[in-house]
Design a binder for this molecule. Structure first.
Ligand SMILES: [Zn+2]
Ligand SMILES: [Zn+2]
Length: 434
């Protein structure tokens, strides 16, 4: 099977490559779907084309109970479904530290998670299930890295640039070293988050030494949410050591590509007003000052505006609310280089199929019945969602559904028109009206 995604990609996809999404949340996390269970997750994964999923929430005892009920050991640190689904699982979780920074980690097996959970419980005298699937611990980042490594795990900052709960959020850290101290060089990866891609993150030269991973952080087992980001990894045999060694760059096998939501669709991409949630759009010649959803600024003032927002000198021109930097502007404000990192794996900007269908049908919700039915039909006729988005010849998709084929063609060429997301509101595909 060859990768048709990008014309510059001549390498063909080896048989031993897998699609992996390492960051989801279970039904025991806050604000998640009660359907985030192994049967629902694994069924959808097969439709999407995911081969490996991070369990998420591994420090939650009830979630571990559930995992033990539905999964069995496949190979060292990798679990398979007791039922017929093909997808495999690897233990992962997220911890919020004393500075409200989220860290994503992997553990060698579920037993290690039992031990680690007990250790934290005793040390901080807390119920590890208290905060849902993502424990909040009064621990600093440096120490957390040491503890995870001592348990045989690997760790890195989660959704690194989002305006909340992330290492690089405004008025917090602008380098890994400031946050992780002496442990910075031992960080195993950086998770980009939905609103950034590799090209954006590589403007920070310190990050060139780290692997980027791209995960959905999904809270529901719905198409368009799960698998909206994943990592295409070349791997010989699927076990914990091989997966983590690839992420740590200790293996010749590697991440072939980061498959990620087109960053402008991310809900924290643009800067925004914290109060009225209008998003800031830069335009070469803005035609108006603002409308219901956006505030328009001249592109020329971008740098100045970023500085003023950071120092809280500028407030929302519409409602006088506090302005906050989105991922794009935050990266701009801490960027250290304009050079291109040629050693970085390809980053494929994707738009999940439900997103495309909703726009074709001109329906607001990607979970509308019409979208769900069309998604089901398309994936059962043409193959998994990833096959359709990344590999299928466009002509085949077009002969099944012309608009879908034409949109995926544009997506593969990075030529889609997109209304930027921000302030907690996802961006939107903007297809011409036929
Ligand atoms: Zn998080
Ligand atoms: Zn406002």
């Amino acid at each position: 099977m060859s990768i048709a995604f990008n014309e510059t990609d001549t390498e063909s996809r080896v048989d031993s490559s897998i699609f992996a999404d390492f960051h989801i949340h279970s039904c025991f996390s806050y604000a998640t779907s009660k359907n985030m269970t192994i049967p629902m997750i694994s069924k959808l994964s097969d439709t999407i084309g995911l081969n490996l999923i991070g369990t998420g929430d591994i420090l939650h005892s009830k979630w571990r109970e559930h995992l033990r009920e539905y999964l069995k050991v496949h190979e060292e640190g990798i679990y398979e479904c007791k039922e017929k689904q093909k997808v495999m699982f690897i233990p992962t979780g997220e911890i919020e530290d004393e500075e409200s920074i989220h860290h994503l980690f992997f553990l060698p097996d579920i037993e290690t998670a039992d031990e680690l959970s007990l250790m934290f419980e005793r040390r901080y005298n807390i119920d590890m299930n208290k905060y849902g699937g993502r424990p909040i611990l009064q621990i600093n980042a440096e120490e957390l890295v040491e503890i995870i490594h001592d348990s045989g795990g690997i760790i890195g900052p989660a959704h690194a640039f989002t305006p909340f709960k992330a290492i690089f959020r405004s008025n917090r850290y602008s380098s890994l070293r400031e946050c992780y101290g002496d442990q910075a060089s031992k960080i195993d990866f950086v998770e980009l988050g939905l609103s950034a891609n590799s090209q954006m993150a590589d403007q920070i030269s310190e990050l060139w030494n780290y692997t980027y991973i791209t995960n959905s952080d999904s809270h529901s087992p719905n198409p368009g949410k799960m698998g909206r980001e994943c990592n295409l990894i070349e791997i010989d045999s699927l076990n914990y050591s091989n997966v983590t060694n690839i992420l740590r760059r200790k293996d010749l096998k590697k991440i072939i590509a980061n498959v990620g939501l087109e960053p402008r669709l991310g809900k924290y991409h643009s800067s925004f007003c914290f109060k009225c949630r209008r998003r800031i759009i830069y335009d070469e010649e803005p035609k108006m000052a603002f409308n219901q959803n956006f505030i328009f600024f001249d592109l020329q003032v971008q740098e100045e505006l970023i500085e003023d927002i950071t120092s809280k000198k500028k407030r929302c021109p519409v409602c006088n609310g506090l302005l906050k930097l989105g991922v794009k502007d935050r990266i701009n404000s801490i960027a250290t280089t304009k050079k291109e990192n040629r050693n970085r794996p390809n980053y494929w900007n994707i738009v999940p199929i439900p997103e495309i269908l909703a726009e074709i049908f001109k329906i607001k919700s990607t979970s509308a019945k019409k979208v769900k039915m069309a998604y089901k039909e398309i994936t059962s006729e043409l193959g998994s969602e990833y096959e359709i988005l990344l590999e299928k010849p466009i002509s085949e998709i077009k002969s099944f559904n012309l608009s879908l084929g034409a949109t995926i063609e544009k997506m593969r060429e990075n030529k889609l028109e997109i209304i930027e997301g921000g302030g907690g509101i996802y961006g939107k595909l903007n297809l011409p009206v036929n």
